[in-house]
Design a protein around this ligand. Structure first.
Ligand SMILES: NC(=O)C1=CN([C@@H]2O[C@H](COP(=O)(O)OP(=O)(O)OC[C@H]3O[C@@H](n4cnc5c(N)ncnc54)[C@H](O)[C@@H]3O)[C@@H](O)[C@H]2O)C=CC1
Ligand SMILES: N[C@@H](CC=O)C(=O)O
Ligand code: NA
Length: 463
């Protein structure tokens, strides 16, 4: 690819909402500095929007509703996509890349669904494809994985990559609010959208996990490959149970290289989990994001900051834009996405996790043995068991009080069991089988427990 012959680098912006409008502002306010860093001025040649009348701050001669026409213009070098969603964006970006235009995007949904096609189009034409803003907003994360750690071997990337759900879980933990109350507060403060499905059901985090796993393990991972559970079912009782164990509950994205049934494999999952309060991720609260990377030589690294917001996300977009524009000016291109390892994806059932299980049981002779037997039958080793009295039966002090209700057992108790690590399928089957026991009145709560590379000392030395 040849350089830009000293002419300005033409930038087409698709979408001018929360993030796009901030990109326009920063491009204007920082024009001279950006030109110095790029080696040529950045010239915004057009802004494609859906409703032109809604953008009084953008010069009218730049506004267009014809995104396809804008992308095809000869004076466009870099297309910055801040629309979101799959179509019509996929078609527009594939056309741009095939025509040799570099692309900067914050669109995690598209990259997690069809990143391979975009990367192939970029490789074919020699254009750049950058998407730092798509994962954890402002936090520099993808470039460190792709470039700074290129000489190392990453074994795990785990973290909090969704601000909305982290705000909700933090509010539940700090105020005792239930899920519905915390969600309402998140909406009031502008964190949760009118339809919060993508956030609370884990779709947003799963897309980000797919992108992280792809880059960390040099393997194409799509959102469909990521096991996904959201936070709708997390209860105030789960939060209290976590606290009792010295833990807190977070929605985690966990991407690991593991030894699967077919050899080295990638495991990618998003689910709520208890983590020890001593873990650095436990203190990440509110709408913040943090990602913990473990690499063979570098050891443990943590990246922390704001994962959303207009100016914050625009910062990451502009970082990518400067890199893509500089490559135009000097006539090269940045490092390509690499999928050379092409590892298989391990099924969630084969992924090893630990569980915290709260069972409401009748407290009579032999019940603990029956429950332990079900764990043993499924090959799941128990790490700790704690019994608590329930409904005022006074078991805490070992004294049972029969309140005279002849229709039910004289004594009720809750068994709190934490397992050692076992295949997730074995743990799920164990919980299923427990519900069939006569002595088990109900499963009060089931949550995975993650040490994330650290011994869970609070749980009695389980690691
Ligand atoms: N808002 C945030 O904090 C973050 C957003 N992102 C990503 O950045 C992208 C943009 O997000 P926001 O700015 O928040 O969204 P937004 O909804 O505020 O802005 C999107 C804009 O695109 C416009 N649009 C829709 N279809 C269009 C079309 N066919 N042609 C031209 N314009 C069209 C909409 O009218 C809207 O103004 C999304 O991919 C999002 O996932 C990533 C990280 C954080
Ligand atoms: N909805 C996301 C924001 C952007 O990625 C979140 O809540 O983190
Ligand atoms: Na980022």
């Amino acid at each position: 690819m040849v350089g830009n012959d000293g002419r300005p680098v033409g930038v087409a912006l698709l979408g001018c909402g929360v993030v796009g409008s901030q990109v326009v502002r920063l491009l204007t306010e920082q024009a001279d500095e950006l030109a110095a860093r790029v080696g040529a001025p950045l010239r915004l040649v057009g802004v494609a929007v859906r409703r032109p009348q809604r953008h009084p701050d953008v010069p009218a001669d730049l506004i267009t509703t014809d995104a396809a026409g804008l992308v095809a213009r000869e004076d466009v070098d870099v297309v910055v996509e801040l629309v979101g969603g799959i179509e019509p964006v996929r078609g527009l970006l594939l056309t741009a890349l095939k025509n040799g235009r570099s692309v900067v995007s914050a669109n995690k949904a598209l990259l997690a669904e069809d990143g391979a096609a975009l990367a192939a189009a970029a490789a074919e034409s020699g254009a750049d494809l950058y998407y730092e803003a798509s994962v954890a907003g402002a936090i520099p994360l993808l470039r460190p994985i792709q470039q700074s750690l290129a000489g190392d071997r990453i074994v795990r990337v785990a973290g909090i990559v969704n601000g909305t759900t982290n705000f909700i879980l933090s509010a539940m933990a700090s105020t005792g609010a239930n899920y519905a109350e915390a969600l309402e507060e998140a909406g009031r403060l502008g964190y949760a959208e009118a339809d919060p499905t993508a956030d609370v059901d884990g779709y947003d985090a799963a897309s980000k996990a797919a992108i992280l796993a792809s880059l960390a393990f040099h393997t194409r991972v799509t959102a469909d490959d990521v096991h996904r559970e959201g936070i709708r079912d997390v209860t105030a009782a789960d939060i209290a149970a976590a606290r009792a164990l010295g833990c807190t509950v977070k929605l985690l994205a966990i991407c690991e290289q593991v030894e699967g049934p077919a050899g080295p494999s990638v495991s990618a999952r998003v689910h709520p989990a208890m983590i020890p309060r001593s873990h650095p991720l436990a203190s990440v609260s509110g709408a913040y994001n943090a990602v913990f990377i473990e690499a063979a030589a570098a050891g443990q690294l943590m990246f922390y900051g704001q994962g959303a917001g207009g100016p914050q996300t625009a910062s990451a977009v502009l970082g990518d834009l400067v890199a893509a524009a500089r490559n135009r000016v000097i006539g090269g291109r940045g490092p390509r996405d690499s999928a050379h390892a092409d590892l298989p994806i391990v099924a969630m059932g084969d992924t090893r996790t630990r569980y915290h299980v709260s069972l409401d049981v009748s407290d009579r002779a032999g019940v603990l043995a029956q429950v332990a037997g079900v764990f043993a039958e499924h090959g799941v080793s128990i790490a700790t068991v704690r019994q608590e009295g329930r409904n005022g039966t006074g078991l805490e002090d070992g004294v049972a009080r029969d309140e005279g209700d002849g229709a039910r057992d004289a004594r009720d108790a809750t068994l709190v069991i934490v397992t050692h690590s076992a295949p997730d399928a074995a743990l799920a089957a164990t919980v299923d089988a427990l519900t069939g026991l006569d002595a088990v009145q109900g499963v009060a709560g089931v949550l995975r427990v993650e040490g994330l590379g650290r011994p869970v000392t609070e749980l009695g030395g389980v690691s």
